[in-house]
Design a protein around this ligand. Structure first.
Ligand code: ADP
Ligand code: MG
Length: 623
């Protein structure tokens, strides 16, 4: 018998695999950067020479590798990221195939320096064409540095196939930008032949976009957010007028992984219909967050394609999110970096979908739900509160006449209390048959206009709602009276040490607000409940956002913890500019605002409302 089948030597098998994984310098860079991110780095430095043909080096401050792992990492199918086939369906890391380093080392000269966090000595490893040339302990900084030199040095056919340095460089920069965009919280630098091309400090997504795409983008970005049970979307789209003739600034990320998907691209472009010429390409950076079990990323080794199990729903949600963002874009002010600590601020907010896509999504927070609408108006408690509220205002002397006038209506002329038309107001309305009936409506989904018998009120919905929630949370904090809703699934949150210390420091206050939180091992907490009246789809995100906001205010405003917490939670859970409100919600906001101790001002000292009284209106028309 002449048996002729043999297993390929590893070096050759790796070279063949490399053909798939490493097509050009840019693919090597992508793999190295993703490994750095997977390793938990907060700072990643990239060096590239001659379009990556001479050198691609990535230096990170991530967790590093032990001596054995350093050697193992170059074996094919060697990975620390999955262990079982079930893990394949819950992939949250970039890597999982364990073939990137093996492939790169098969077709280049690689030098790795790595030191495990907490170890004294690190490891240096040199590999050329899968052959280990040198391995020795060295002193090196914590984290990992991998230098890939002379890519395809041993595969001349592929080396010759590479394009000019400029073209390879373009691909490299594209890969760099994709990774940098999806991790704004990580700092990145990029050196090309000793020249610094990018220096991106950690920050918010909006800052990262501007850092990558240029200052001119700052005024053209519109936040795009959608929360549904099936998937969440967040990101920015460009205003129609910023669309370009050429493609290139379109990014989809699914669970933070860059993907190309023409179907979803169509969903975005289609939403701009009628807003820009059909040959123009709008800018977008959209992050889709979806349960990994609903996608299959195992389709292609370079992993820019994925399959959704329900692509049509995803299409619908994307379209709806973009349409809604476009609808609101007139009122979205140009990005103000001071305003939100990061994108998540508006992420947990409530929103009413502009378009039904067959997904349960719309929500009304019950703080402004119809059931307690007007309770505030009709109950004696409200009147009492209102009086004290108004009296406060008298003291401050602010808007004295106006306040007097509104007060007169609220208190003395109760039947004519801010007459809004609404179902809940029907009883009152019947009593008042024949009297003036009012309307409440939104302008640009940003301002609530309410008619009163003596003029018009124009209310900034976000400022007003923040004021309402702030006073409510302040009260809960003094009385420890916040009700909780139980999380469907308790959430573990692993915190950094300083955040953990901070949470422990304000644990009592968090409990007072309605959070049910337990310490759960080292730097980890378990969230079992959140305040009852906040709508959340993601308790973890709400909590992390709250902590971020808290830290932000702390550094900006030196507030005491309670004050800060009330403000932070109000900021995070309030209605936002651009949210569509039902009539009943508007009325409740108006009612609750004027039941506040200090309805005049928002949390930043901004006005919550202005009034156009009759004399003022008349004055517009007198000559
Ligand atoms: P994968 O990322 O698919 O697991 P790779 O070949 O890219 O496969 O990497 C193999 C293993 O080497 C990783 O699972 C990880 O444990 C380790 N590794 C690679 N790069 C780094 C790095 N920059 N820092 C720490 N560990 C790393
Ligand atoms: Mg990898």
């Amino acid at each position: 018998m002449n048996d002729i089948i043999q297993l390929l030597p590893d070096a050759i098998a790796n070279q063949i695999a490399a053909g798939e994984v490493v097509q050009r310098p840019a693919s090597a860079l992508k793999e190295l950067m993703e490994n750095a991110v997977d390793a938990g780095a907060t700072m990643v430095n990239v060096l590239v020479k001659e379009g990556g043909k001479n050198l691609i080096q990535v230096i990170d401050n991530g967790k590093g590798m032990s001596m054995t792992d350093a050697r193992m990492s170059f074996e094919r199918h060697a990975t620390s990221k999955i262990r079982t086939s079930e893990d394949l369906f819950a992939i949250r890391t970039f890597g999982f195939r364990g073939e990137a380093l093996a492939s790169i080392a098969a077709v280049a000269q690689v030098e790795m320096k790595t030191r495990l966090r907490g170890e004294e000595l690190g490891t240096m490893l040199q590999i050329e064409g899968s052959e280990v040339k040198k391995q020795e302990p060295i002193a090196t900084q914590e984290g990992t540095s991998i230098a890939v030199k002379n890519l395809f040095f041993n595969v001349p056919a592929r080396r010759n196939f590479l394009k000019s340095n400029a073209v390879e460089m373009k691909h490299i920069v594209e890969e760099f930008q994709r990774v940098a965009l999806s991790y704004p919280e990580i700092g990145f630098t990029f050196m090309q032949n000793d020249m610094e091309l990018f220096n991106l400090s950690p920050g918010k997504l909006s800052q990262r976009i501007v850092g990558i795409s240029g200052r001119s983008f700052q005024n053209h970005l519109v936040a795009c957010i959608e929360d549904t049970p099936h998937l969440n979307i967040k990101g920015y789209i460009g205003k129609p007028e910023s669309a370009k003739k050429s493609r290139g600034d379109q990014y989809f990320f699914v669970n933070n992984r860059y993907i190309k998907n023409n179907y979803l691209h169509h969903a975005v472009v289609n939403s701009y219909e009628g807003l820009m010429a059909s040959d123009m390409h709008p800018f977008y950076v959209l992050f889709l967050d979806i349960d990994p079990s609903h996608i299959d990323i195992n389709v292609h080794p370079t992993k820019t394609e994925i399959k959704f199990d329900d692509e049509r729903t995803v299409y619908g949600v994307v379209r709806s999110a973009v349409k809604q963002a476009l609808g609101a874009h007139n009122v979205v002010p140009s990005l103000n970096f001071g305003l939100d600590v990061n994108f998540n601020e508006t992420w947990d907010n409530n929103k009413v979908q502009s378009e039904k896509v067959g997904v349960e999504n719309a929500y009304k927070p019950d703080t402004i739900g119809p059931e307690n609408k007007y309770k505030t108006f009709q109950s004696p408690a409200f009147k009492k509160q209102a009086v004290s509220g108004w009296e406060k205002l008298f003291e401050s002397g602010e808007n004295l006449n106006m306040i007097k006038e509104i007060k007169a209506h609220v208190i003395e002329d109760q039947d004519d209390v801010l007459t809004f038309s609404s179902k809940a107001n029907e009883d009152m309305g019947k009593l008042n048959e024949g009297r003036k009936s009012g309307t409440t409506f939104q302008v640009e989904n940003n301002y609530i206009v309410a008619q009163m018998s003596s003029g018009l009120l124009i209310i900034d919905q976000q400022a007003a709602h923040e004021r309402i929630l702030y006073e409510k949370y302040t009260k809960q904090l003094t009385k420890a009276a916040g009700a909780s809703q139980q999380c469907l699934f308790p959430q573990h949150i692993q915190l950094g040490q300083s955040d953990f210390a901070l949470v422990m420091d304000i644990l009592d206050e968090l409990h007072s607000l309605g959070f049910v939180i337990e310490e759960f091992g080292k730097s980890t907490i378990l969230i079992q409940g959140v305040p009852a009246d906040i709508y959340v789809t993601n308790e973890k995100r709400l909590f992390e956002g709250l902590i971020d906001q808290f830290k932000h205010f702390k550094s900006e405003l030196s507030l005491d913890n309670r004050e800060n917490l009330a403000r932070s939670l109000a900021r995070r859970s309030s209605i936002k500019k651009g949210n569509v409100l039902a009539a009943s919600e508007m009325e409740t906001i108006v009612g609750q605002l004027f039941a506040c101790q200090n309805p005049n001002y928002g949390l930043a000292g901004n006005k919550t409302f202005v009034k156009l009284d009759l004399p003022k209106i008349q004055s517009f028309f007198t000559r």
